[in-house]
Design a protein around this ligand. Structure first.
Ligand SMILES: [Zn+2]
Length: 84
């Protein structure tokens, strides 16, 4: 009865190519040290696909939201510092 390929397993194998060789991404250009940690950012060693190891889906939406939040925070801090 398994006629669908949506095999959601709890392991951290690559959702793109199925490779078990994945590793957590520690630093990214968009999130520094904190961003990839918050988004469970993981990289496949085989096909270089990057995904969220918790949802096993692409992190693109999360990265956009994270970037927007950081931008707002930085802007707010900058604004407050300039006013003070
Ligand atoms: Zn892969």
């Amino acid at each position: 009865m398994t006629d669908h390929l949506n095999d959601i397993s709890p392991d951290s194998s690559c959702p793109q190519c199925g490779s078990p060789f994945t590793e957590p991404v520690k630093v990214t250009w968009w999130g520094g040290l904190l961003g990839p940690k918050l988004l469970h950012h993981t990289k496949c060693s085989e096909c270089k696909y990057r995904f969220n190891s918790k949802t096993r889906q692409s992190n693109t939406t999360g990265i956009i939201i994270y970037s927007v939040v950081i931008f707002i925070v930085v802007f707010a801090v900058f604004y407050i510092l300039r006013r003070g």
